[in-house]
Design a protein around this ligand. Structure first.
Ligand code: ADP
Length: 163
């Protein structure tokens, strides 16, 4: 079965990458859906985010069954258009669960043929989010171990300019 992992990835973190690695082992193919939502203000544009995900895949051995797809609109429509039978989401805490449950239930109503599967964050990544990374980088903190090495300079460069 083919699955998708939708997200904003602004930027990708080691937590996201761990989910990608684990999901890529569970499914024949995994599409990482880089969702472009005009209502969400992002620090990195879609092309920058796509490039960072693609470069980061080297950290997990560049799995051949993973690809990045830029998308807009409803995740279930994207999943159907790309033949994905499952939507992967990560859960770090109960606070994630409430939001994710709502999304997954809506997706269940819109696409009853597509299952949402939750993967629990590894403990070392349970506090990690794109927002935390941006906050630390903005104040010149160390983001080593939070994002893949391939993107550290890009994140620091962008955020230090925004200060
Ligand atoms: P979205 O805007 O769709 O929530 P994100 O890029 O913030 O996009 O997250 C994509 C998915 O990855 C979400 O399901 C989120 O809960 C999950 N996720 C984010 N950070 C982590 C992490 N550190 N560990 C595991 N899952 C995570």
């Amino acid at each position: 079965m083919k699955a998708c992992y939708p997200g904003t990835f602004d930027p990708i973190t080691n937590g996201h990458l761990d989910i990608i690695q684990r999901a890529s082992k569970m499914f024949d193919e995994l599409d990482v859906f880089l969702m472009v939502n005009p209502r969400k203000l992002c620090v990195f544009n879609a092309e920058e985010r796509r490039q960072m995900i693609e470069d980061s895949l080297a950290s997990i051995g560049s799995p051949q069954n993973v690809k990045v797809v830029i998308g807009t609109g409803l995740t279930v429509d994207m999943a159907r258009a790309n033949d994905c039978g499952a939507i992967i989401r990560g859960i770090r805490a109960v606070s994630d669960y409430e939001y994710e449950l709502q999304q997954a239930t809506a997706n269940m109503m819109l696409g009853h043929d597509i299952e949402t599967i939750f993967l629990i964050a590894k403990p070392q990544y349970s506090f990690l989010s794109s927002s935390v990374v941006k906050e630390i980088a903005m104040y010149h903190g160390d983001i080593l171990n939070l994002v893949p090495v391939q993107i550290i300079d890009r994140v620091n460069d962008k955020l230090s300019k925004d200060e």
